[in-house]
Design a protein around this ligand. Structure first.
Ligand SMILES: Cc1cc2nc3c(=O)[nH]c(=O)nc-3n(C[C@H](O)[C@H](O)[C@H](O)COP(=O)(O)OP(=O)(O)OC[C@H]3O[C@@H](n4cnc5c(N)ncnc54)[C@H](O)[C@@H]3O)c2cc1C
Length: 211
């Protein structure tokens, strides 16, 4: 552990895990028959389970530890199509069609999350907001501008800006409008709780506990 890390204030834990109760779901029983068994109760598994259930499938989610405490419990919680700088790279290496498919999938996912939060009335601090990738170095500006151009070519909601809500000046940034953020553990966990009577959640087996 470095001196810098030790000097930081607060607790070295995930805000999402620190502000939600832990779950304690029943262990898997023998003889269960379902249409789909999903291994892993992170946001991917729980979202897949929710969508499959909506299609009328009988679903079991098998989680070795506790739901939404894997990688999902430690995310930055942004729900965005902007991932540092990606679109210029994708167009150059995979072509415009594949880059467009990637961007569209990301935009569709934002709207899917928004509709699930709304339809299930999940109180998970979901808000619409902009997303930024910024630089404070003049030498990065060409890459930022290239990313804006690439994203606009793919009809993504990108603009180049020199002002951001950050409390310090930047040289430039790419801004994506109408993106979102939320509390990932409440969102995915609430989806699970919402569906618990109709879905089946089981701890597959006990692994080493993180706490
Ligand atoms: C630091 C960080 C920041 C991030 N920030 C963002 C962000 O801001 N926005 C964004 O969209 N993405 C972000 N990501 C990525 C995002 O968090 C992950 O892509 C997403 O949470 C992965 O979800 P998952 O359900 O696939 O995996 P997990 O959440 O890890 O869930 C997998 C689950 O499977 C269980 N499991 C594994 N093996 C077995 C087994 N054999 N049997 C039973 N259960 C098993 C695990 O216990 C775990 O609970 C970030 C990632 C990191 C690391």
């Amino acid at each position: 552990m470095s001196d810098t890390y030790q000097a930081l204030p607060g607790q070295p834990t995930s805000l999402w895990l620190a502000t939600t109760p832990t779950t304690d779901l029943p262990a898997l029983q023998a003889g269960l028959t379902v249409d789909v068994a999903i291994v892993g109760g992170g946001i991917a598994g729980l979202t897949a389970a929710t969508l499959l259930k909506a299609q009328g499938k009988r679903v079991a989610v098998l989680e070795a530890d506790r739901i939404v405490e894997g990688v999902t419990g430690y995310t930055t919680a942004k729900v965005t199509s902007l991932h540092t700088l990606i679109y210029d790279y994708l167009i150059e290496h995979f072509g415009e069609e594949k880059a467009r498919a990637y961007g569209n999938a990301n935009q569709t996912a934002i709207e899917l999350i928004a509709s699930l939060v709304k339809d299930k009335a999940i109180d998970c601090d979901f808000i619409r907001t902009e997303a930024y990738t910024y630089t404070d170095a003049e030498s990065d500006l060409d890459r930022i501008r290239a990313e804006v151009k690439a994203a606009q070519k793919l009809d993504l909601p990108a603009t180049f800006v020199e002002e951001t809500p950050l409390p310090f000046p930047v040289k430039g940034a790419i801004r994506f409008s109408n993106q979102a953020q939320f509390h990932p553990q409440i969102s995915a966990g609430a989806g699970a709780r919402h569906s618990r009577r109709r879905l089946l959640y089981f701890r597959a087996h006990h692994r080493h506990r993180r706490r």
